[in-house]
Design a protein around this ligand. Structure first.
Ligand SMILES: NC(=O)c1ccc[n+]([C@@H]2O[C@H](COP(=O)([O-])OP(=O)(O)OC[C@H]3O[C@@H](n4cnc5c(N)ncnc54)[C@H](OP(=O)(O)O)[C@@H]3O)[C@@H](O)[C@H]2O)c1
Length: 339
């Protein structure tokens, strides 16, 4: 059994949500690191990736609830500095990344070794921290509908999840239409979309209809919610499926009568129902890392890098619609966030 006396770190600094609310409830403090249990590893966190779901959960009004106070952050990358018993596959010094480990917005995190995916030599810590949640989510989303040989529209195609999803669907032979804003549509094309729509100057539904000869697409992947619901339904072919997997603009509310127009299907995606279990997480992350090595365009832009003490500012950047991934670099000296 590893114990504190031989642990390389006994304390960590961590960002926590003290109670339900906005970024004003975030505080950074110190706490002890418990001795490692069998199957656990201690990782020095080099980069923690922030995710939109964290904002919903911290509000205290979302379908997923955590007891307050809790430690923030779910994904990241870093270096293994200690291993507990039963972790023979993992070495001290290994460069790893992960998704779904609560408390990752911290100088160190204790994680199940089985959830850690090795970072390929070609990728740095910052790139690797952009990949786990995007890879997991896109990998699950691509299973929702037998889309091979069919057509799909992807909102937020230049976002973290959207890039990975566009790549996977295109690899499966889907006629992918990616929707993004401004110059980001170049990236969407580079990832494999047959058509990239600039939502800031085009009517997205009309462009989708024109591309599909008026029929519409078989599936729409929508992480935006309230603001795009109506347009998403206008894009669908008869018996098409709307996959709602986020609510960046607020929760979508559907009147069933709206589905009558095309006998449409709608699902609210919960990733846990589309993987066989948590053991699949590192498998999907490894695939996403390999995809990123082959084509760096699938890796999200980085919108900003923040020191741990500025965690609240980092979450504010995430919530203000920053284009790209917001990272916290917990072991870096003070940073200029936007460089
Ligand atoms: N259910 C799950 O398991 C799960 C897991 C992970 C993520 N998610 C959800 O997936 C979504 C995307 O996450 P992400 O990490 O990829 O975010 P992201 O990197 O911030 O990308 C989202 C993109 O959506 C576009 N967008 C934002 N507001 C929009 C609007 N009003 N209308 C149209 N497009 C808009 C923006 O790109 P452009 O400006 O280029 O259009 C933005 O970059 C979030 O809602 C998140 O909560 C769900």
């Amino acid at each position: 059994m590893v114990n504190l006396s031989i642990m390389p770190a006994a304390l960590r600094r961590v960002a926590r949500a003290l109670r339900a609310g906005g970024t004003e409830v975030i505080e950074v403090g110190a706490e002890g690191i418990a001795p490692l249990k069998p199957g656990e590893a201690l990782v020095r966190v080099e980069a923690a990736g922030l995710n939109h779901a964290e904002t919903l959960i911290r509000s205290g009004r979302y379908v997923v609830r955590l007891p307050f106070p809790y430690a923030l952050g779910g994904e990241g990358s870093g270096t293994v500095i200690a291993t507990g018993p039963d972790t023979s596959d993992l070495s001290v010094g290994a460069r790893v990344c992960w998704g779904a480990v609560l408390g990752s917005c911290a100088t160190f995190v204790t994680a199940p070794a089985s959830l850690l995916a090795p970072i390929p030599d070609e990728l740095g810590f910052e790139e690797a921290a952009c990949i786990p949640a995007a890879g997991l989510t896109a990998g699950g989303l691509a299973r929702v509908w037998p889309v091979a040989g069919r057509s799909a529209a992807v909102w937020g195609a230049a976002g973290g999840v959207g890039r990975m999803l566009t790549a996977i669907l295109a690899e499966q032979g889907v006629d992918v239409i990616g929707i993004a804003s401004g110059g980001r549509i170049q990236d969407v094309r580079a990832i494999g979309a047959r058509l990239a729509i600039d939502r800031t100057i085009e009517d997205a539904a009309a462009a989708v209809r024109a591309h599909t000869g008026g029929r519409g697409v078989d599936a729409v992947f929508d992480p935006i919610g309230a603001a795009t619901l109506e347009t998403s339904l206008r894009m669908l072919a008869p018996r098409g499926l709307l996959i709602s997997y986020g609510e960046l603009s607020g929760p979508p509310v559907i009147d069933l009568h709206e589905l009558f127009r095309g006998s449409f299907f709608v699902t609210k995606y919960n990733g846990l129902h589309w993987v066989e279990g948590i053991h699949e997480f590192p498998v999907l992350i490894r695939k996403a890392l390999a995809r990123a090595v082959k084509n760096r365009a699938v890796i999200s832009d980085i919108a900003g890098r923040f020191a741990l003490d500025d965690a609240a500012q980092a979450y504010r950047a995430l919530e203000s619609g920053a284009q790209g991934k917001v990272l916290v670099l917990p072991n870096a000296a003070r940073l200029d966030p936007w460089h």
